[in-house]
Ligand binder design. Structure first.
Ligand code: AMP
Ligand code: ZN
Length: 447
């Protein structure tokens, strides 16, 4: 039994899929105008843990994640770089998939692109106009009329938020413009990519893309819709309005949102220019899976502040897990017989309880420290847990001969004493013996 926090209900609920054994899961994907930053990746990691948890509980998962490959930011970037929007989108889409792989994120069942689904968007807009929920403006763009949709605001508690504004919440937390009617079809502007439609040339808005693609690939009713908390309003609120106005059905039963990754206490975001990407980690020789570990040590509904110190600590911890997991077994002590399977129950009830990954990770440590378990039993358990955590714990650490380890230690001492020439010579000697020393944020690493 999985319990999960549903933003729509404002509480944890037992997950009951529409079809007994299959879960229809839509996650909002990237706008491919740049590399994903670590904040975006945190969200994709939490969604991957959700996916793996569903599978571990015996559900067949049908997960769809859209690729937004036409949008203002893509067009702007293309102009800046004197390229076509399509080239920008293709370039960053490729990097997006590489990043997912490096983070050991399982592939969703399908990644539809917005530009391949223009027709589905147009059909949906037609339906909304016909039913009186949308209109064409003077500027030829088509808008959704939110006053026609009675339930507008049910996900983000819009009414409460508007009321609260009166009692001292600053206006920038609630952008009035956003609360107004929103665009479904953007009429063409000069030099922008365009598609033909009954309302003239143009392109679909961001919100309609997600409604159109989720309904096309999953049907009018989904089990789960997920994303970061910044998507609750207006994006997800607008998706509900569009989809439910068109279908007369409840669009998604569970709305699941991950909290932000922060840096110096502020949301990591392109607009604040405070982002890091996987490339930045790799430039510092940080294993991307160590970032995944860092993310899992926090709960997905809690904010997490990223620092290089916490990154280094996470990398060290992950290395230590690997070392301990494959360390040679000490001579068998007198072990108390115990039922090691109780750990499996404990682990599963942690992840099944609103994806409590910090608890799940702590259970790994508990097992590693348990002197009454055999190494083989530990491996068996932890490998099984890793089907959900995805920390590549089946990979054994490379065995480094003692001699090489000592040489690397000496080199580190020389380096600290600023004897760089000697240190470099020693590094070359190590390389001749077939090993590489890399300086990482958590100390020297030998490969
Ligand atoms: P975007 O490409 O901006 O649409 O974002 C892709 C995903 O990343 C969405 O689910 C966002 O909610 C999420 N996201 C954006 N910034 C952050 C952040 N700082 N921390 C966690 N998730 C984020
Ligand atoms: Zn979306």
């Amino acid at each position: 039994m999985i319990k999960i926090y549903n933003t729509l209900a404002g509480k944890k609920q037992v997950l009951k899929p529409i079809h007994n054994k299959e879960v229809k899961f839509y996650a909002c994907g990237p706008t491919v105008y740049d590399r994903a930053h670590l904040g975006n990746l945190r969200t994709y990691i939490f969604e991957d843990v959700l996916r793996r948890t569903l599978k571990r509980n015996g559900y067949k998962v049908r997960q769809i994640m859209n690729i937004t490959d036409i949008e203002d930011k893509i067009i702007k970037r293309a102009e800046e770089e004197n390229k076509k929007p399509k080239d920008i989108a293709e370039f960053y889409e490729k990097i997006f998939f590489e990043d997912l792989k490096k983070l050991n994120i399982e592939k969703a069942e399908y990644y539809p692109r917005a530009t391949d689904n223009i027709k589905a968007g147009i059909e949906l807009i037609k339906k909304l106009i016909k039913k009186g929920f949308a209109y064409q403006g003077k500027d030829k763009s088509v808008y959704f009329n939110i006053s026609k949709f009675k339930n507008y605001g049910k996900l983000s508690n819009l009414k409460k938020r508007t009321l609260k504004m009166g009692i001292g919440i600053t206006a920038d937390e609630y952008d009035k413009k956003e609360a107004a009617d929103f665009v479904l079809w953007k009429s063409a502007k000069k030099n922008e990519p365009l598609w033909q439609s009954p309302w003239g040339p143009g392109r679909p808005g961001w919100h309609i893309e997600c409604s159109a693609m989720s309904m096309k690939y999953l049907g009018e009713k989904l089990d789960i819709h997920a994303g970061g908390v910044d998507l609750i309003f207006p994006h997800h609120e607008n998706e509900i309005a569009q989809s439910e106005a068109a279908s007369n059905k409840k669009f998604a039963n569970y709305w699941i949102h991950g909290e932000h990754l922060l840096i110096n206490g502020r949301k990591m975001s392109k607009s604040l220019k405070n982002t890091y990407t996987l490339k930045d980690l790799e430039n510092k020789n940080v294993d991307p899976v160590a970032f995944r570990y860092l993310v899992l040590t926090g709960h997905y509904r809690s904010k997490m502040n990223f620092t290089w110190n916490s990154m280094a600590f996470a990398e060290n911890s992950l290395n230590n897990i690997r070392k301990k997991l494959y360390a040679e077994e000490k001579s068998p002590a007198k072990r108390k017989k115990q039922n090691y399977l109780k750990y499996e129950e404990k682990f599963l009830s942690a992840v099944n309880n609103d994806l409590n990954t910090p608890k799940a990770v702590s259970i790994i440590w508990e097992i590693l420290k348990n002197k009454n378990l055999e190494q083989k039993e530990k491996q068996l358990l932890i490998h099984k847990f890793d089907e959900i955590l995805g920390l590549k714990l089946k990979e054994k650490p490379v065995e480094i001969p003692r001699k090489i380890g000592k040489m690397a230690q000496q080199r580190e001492i020389l380096r600290r004493n600023k004897q760089f020439i000697k240190a470099d010579a020693l590094r070359k000697k190590i390389e001749k013996l077939g090993y590489i020393v890399e300086d990482t944020i958590s100390g020297p690493k030998i490969k």
